[in-house]
Design a protein around this ligand. Sequence first.
Ligand SMILES: *[C@@H]1O[C@H](CO)[C@@H](O)[C@H](O)[C@H]1NC(C)=O
Ligand SMILES: *[C@@H]1O[C@H](CO)[C@@H](O)[C@H](O)[C@H]1NC(C)=O
Length: 627
Amino acid sequence: MSLTLFRATWLTLAIGCVVAAEPIVKFEGSKVTYHGTTQGPVEHFQNIKFAHDTSGERRFSPPELYTPVEGSEIDATAPGSACPQSKAGIPPFFDETPDISEDCLNLRIARPAGTTAEDNLPVVIWLHGGGVVKGTAYDPHFDPDNLITLSTSLQKPIIYVALNYRLTIFGFARLPILNSQKSLNVGMRDQRAGFQWVKDNIKAFGGDPKRVTVFGLSSGGTFISLHPMAYGGERGVPFTQAWAMSGPPGTALNITSDATEIHTLAVAKKLECGGRDGEILKCLREVPMEKLTETAMEYSVNNHPPAGLFTFIPSVDGDFIPDRQSVLSKTGKFVKGIPMVFGWAQDDGATNAGLAPTFQKEDDMKAPIKGFAHALTDADYEELFSHYPASDFEEEVESYESRRGESDPVAPVHYFRVSRILRDILFTCSSVQFGYEMSRQSKALDVNYPGVRLYDLNQSMLTPMLKAAGMPYIGVCHGSDTNYIFNGLFPEGRVTEADQRLSESIAGSFINFAATGTPIFIQNGDLIPWPESFPSVDERSMSGPSELNIQLIGGPLGTGFCSLARKYDDATNFASREGSMQIPLMDGIEVGEMESLGFRSRQRELEREKLLERCTYISTLSEKLGV
Ligand SMILES: *[C@@H]1O[C@H](CO)[C@@H](O)[C@H](O)[C@H]1NC(C)=O
Ligand SMILES: *[C@@H]1O[C@H](CO)[C@@H](O)[C@H](O)[C@H]1NC(C)=O
């Protein structure tokens, strides 16, 4: 007995020694050394500071890159501080963040154990979302270990980076004096500084600075989409590929308005910071961090209940963001040649709609849309609603009725309409529009450009939770992608076998994208390429694509692509009908696949969504939406 115990202890110790071999990365020039930790098959380096403390005079100022003193020994074994935010968690998306500080511009790196500086692995950089009020690189909802392990087993190892950036008023305060000092949008400037750090330093960790994929979801995705437009594209970007989930550039965030200035002044007033511009700024810089966080969040929650999301947001500053994103993308003021993937969740707008039973009549649909679109007139609403007639959503009602439990609420047709309208306005159409411009303009410069891909996710690990919360009508909600892209990471629940399989396919596609610029979906051991979304450029169409491929992922119809085409009724006008008359043949896709039942039902479902027609209309609203 005691011998067994002794042997067990000895074994543990012996294994402990092997595992605990502390990974070290030493920079050749500066002799700076980072000391990390090993956790099973993954090595971690945390709290790597990339820019200076942002307190005092540096509060509201652009980040200043941080370089450790030559020869420093740096402890990278524990998480760094989160940027100032409310400490409470937002389950099931964010944990609590007890440790906040203005010295928060740090990043983490994870890599397969045993990686060396010679390995030159593709790099992925995660930007967390959270409505510009919440999040940190260290949140357990973004634990990279499952993703790294999958990359190793696919023999396509990657290096993972996640970084912090300033949130709420700390990242997006606006005053005229800050504008004249080129100090607006500092939260986005932090992100870019972090990307630059990765480009300059990742080689020492075994990464390839020429293959860097940035990815994010929700506000994280929107930042990813906006970065190629930074400085109107004139200064390039410190990354090479991008993957934006439910985060196109134009999430109706009203970036043209001076709203953030109004909000900044309102918070200043609450803190009794008055006087001229410079005096207000000086005073706001002297307010203790906790007090400023609390006051800004209290104000934000009042401004945009219940969580205060999207109050301090990016705004046009004539410098980092020179103009509205839809203008920048149409006029080619962005960095071209970036392979991109944009995705949305099938019911991405549902959580913005509200409770289904409140939508008894058509007019009830206006209230949740108004929260994003102050400038729409009654005539605009009438036209918008006519593109989403109730008759188009009878199938959604029937489908919900067929699975509705006895105690589940009834959901009127207008609920399904407004949920879809919000999805298209906030997530889908801007993805289609920017994706089309990126593809069209990149191909004009380089015929070998790998292309843009769009996906629609129709499966969610959150479904049982939504049902338990009395909202089974929500469907596949915003944020559902995170659990899959991190390869079956679900701190609140159990991952079913079907969800684990889908996770490996989605995370596997992402890993392949990081390595090659093309996502390849692995299904039952077969490698299935996603077709390019915009295989052709139609010179007749100035307003958007006339042909569109979408990868449908998960859900009852299975994974595979759909192909939408718009038909002309004369030389200049489009017939609104969308059909599958001329599906282009795509590389790597067998003709048999297009005749299969799965393909036909996916095709039918996507055609019912009338994306080409509806997005063409929605793009005419860009100016009124401020995007
Ligand atoms: C932008 O926001 C401001 C302030 O909230 C609002 O008054 C304005 O109508 C908004 N603009 C658009 C185009 O929605
Ligand atoms: C998404 O899934 C729902 C059921 O969960 C189904 O009714 C619908 O047809 C699917 N839609 C698409 C586009 O796959």
